[in-house]
Design a binder for this molecule. Structure first.
Ligand code: SF4
Length: 75
């Protein structure tokens, strides 16, 4: 985890933040930048962050990418 100080994080507007993801399974809780704390935070986007939110910096967790790769190989 390489979390930026809160005042150096990107604003919601600059990353097209959606409080409720319209991108299917792509959401903060499945993003590599998500910090599963109480309340949740993001390494690079300003609080508040919701587990079900999304932004254009979304980066799938490695195990989700691996699973997707496998399902494409064997699906
Ligand atoms: S989707 Fe965006 S706001 Fe959510 S955890 Fe990932 S980088 Fe942060």
């Amino acid at each position: 985890v390489a979390e930026l100080p809160e005042n150096e994080k990107r604003s919601h507007a600059s990353v097209d933040y959606e409080a409720q993801s319209t991108h299917g399974n792509d959401r903060c809780s499945r993003c590599r930048h998500f910090i599963d704390a109480s309340p949740p935070r993001c390494e690079g986007v300003r609080s508040p962050i919701a587990a079900g939110a999304w932004c254009k910096r979304f980066l799938a967790k490695a195990h989700d990418l691996a699973r997707k790769g496998l399902s494409e190989l064997y699906g």
